[in-house]
Design a protein around this ligand. Structure first.
Ligand SMILES: *Cc1c(COP(=O)(O)O)cnc(C)c1O
Length: 396
């Protein structure tokens, strides 16, 4: 059993893949070939955004978005500590300051009420309101933006986040690395906030065969700046440089691969719904009932009304850390792969030690990290395999 099965998908689209790859080999436009624009046009339409700017990775997408806003030392960007390092890494890379905000215990996404508190604390420089990072004096700190993460494929609470951001004049960059294909009410992931950033890392809902990413926006000006940043800050032509940029292009070959994969992607998103629902049904029917004096044996993912997750991960909460250790061992003994996203919140990582955060600052993230785990999840998971997994979980 695979944690993420990419082989079944490949066998379904083998012909389209071969033909798309061969086309690139024939025309030889390896850098910014015609497939780049084709892919951007298709994915912009799919997400309901005006502009799509492909790039070399999800990390570069976030970096380009922050660079488009001119983020610099002295700027503060609010984000969650319960995410992959890339979300906050790009903030630090530009010399700006990540300000962490704890998550909602049900969705694992940034908690809007705590975001409002963190903004207030930063603006009044009062860590008694909400934990703040150590400010490297004498720089004044300016709140600039928020990067909510659509963790495990579920969009963050943008109704609340967008209104808080507006009130405080902050930009919103949606980290949609895990949520391409997700939907909330009538809006698609990647269309929230000012810029949506996704990743085509192979294990993401829409993955290529290497690294890749994309920025989405409805803002003409931001789109133009990001397209320039992607190619060394180019101006009217290649050797006209109007700003400092990066080499952030998506390979034409990866775009050709993504075009083949995208053909069946909407169907795969539906299959993911079926697989996730089957997990939840099986788990609900097979686990011992909740007693009032203890946590339930396992907590299944929460899906807010009106939300469709991209199910990048199907994550469960065990009763506690020991329970999780026992479950993971049983799964391993039965050759069933599993993973922990994420075992250590970012404020506890050495890389962010300079921020001066301490254990206890973000209790929901810390608690989730201590007993969360993820099961195999992909569109082609069989009922039989899921039954086998749940049977093992029911005995743990
Ligand atoms: C994967 C991921 C990224 C980074 O994407 P890459 O394509 O690997 O650079 C950023 N944020 C989140 C939440 C991710 O899961």
């Amino acid at each position: 059993m695979d944690f993420i099965d990419l082989k079944t998908q490949q066998s379904r689209i083998q012909e389209a893949l071969n033909s798309n790859i061969q086309k690139v080999l024939n025309h030889g436009g390896y850098i910014m070939g015609p497939e780049i624009k084709q892919l951007e046009t298709k994915l912009a339409a799919y997400t309901g955004t005006k502009h799509a700017i492909s790039c070399a990775s999800g990390t570069d997408a976030l970096l380009m978005a922050l660079m488009a806003y001119g983020v610099k030392p002295g700027d503060a960007i609010f984000t969650t500590p319960f995410t992959f390092i890339a979300t906050a890494e790009v903030i630090s890379l530009l010399g700006a300051m990540p300000v962490f905000v704890d998550i909602d215990p049900k969705t694992y996404n940034i908690d809007p009420a705590k975001l409002a508190l963190a903004i207030k604390a930063l603006k009044s420089n009062d860590p008694s309101i909400y934990p703040l990072p150590i400010t490297p004096n004498p720089l004044p700190i300016t709140p600039r933006g928020v990067i909510p993460v659509d963790l495990f494929g579920l969009t963050a609470d943008y109704d609340a986040i967008e209104s808080i951001a507006k009130e405080h004049g902050l930009f919103v960059i949606e980290d949609a690395a895990q949520s391409f294909g997700a939907k909330y009410k009538d809006r698609m992931a990647c269309s929230f906030g000012n810029i949506g950033c996704t990743s085509f890392f192979p294990a993401k809902p829409l993955g290529c065969y290497g690294d890749g990413g994309m920025c989405f926006t409805n803002d003409d000006h931001l789109a133009e700046i990001m397209a320039s940043i992607r190619v060394h800050g180019k101006g009217g032509h290649k050797y006209d440089n109007v700003r400092i940029g990066i080499n952030g292009r998506l390979d034409t070959l990866q775009a050709a691969i993504l075009l083949a994969k995208f053909e069946i992607f909407p169907e795969e998103v539906e299959l993911r719904q079926t697989v996730a629902q089957r997990y939840t049904d099986l788990l609900t029917n097979n686990l011992s009932p909740i007693t009032s004096d203890q946590r339930p044996a396992l907590i299944t993912p929460y899906l807010p009304r009106g939300a469709r997750s991209a199910w990048a991960q199907y994550s469960l909460l065990a009763r506690d850390e020991d329970h999780r250790t026992a479950i993971l061992k049983k799964l391993q003994d039965n050759k069933i792969p599993s993973a922990i996203y994420y075992p250590k919140p970012l404020h506890m990582q050495d890389a962010f030690a300079d921020l001066g955060y301490k254990k206890g600052d973000f209790p929901v993230s810390e608690d989730s990290a201590s007993h969360i785990f993820s099961l195999p999840m992909h569109p082609y998971l069989t009922t039989q395999d899921q039954e086998k997994i749940v049977e093992i979980l029911a005995r743990s």
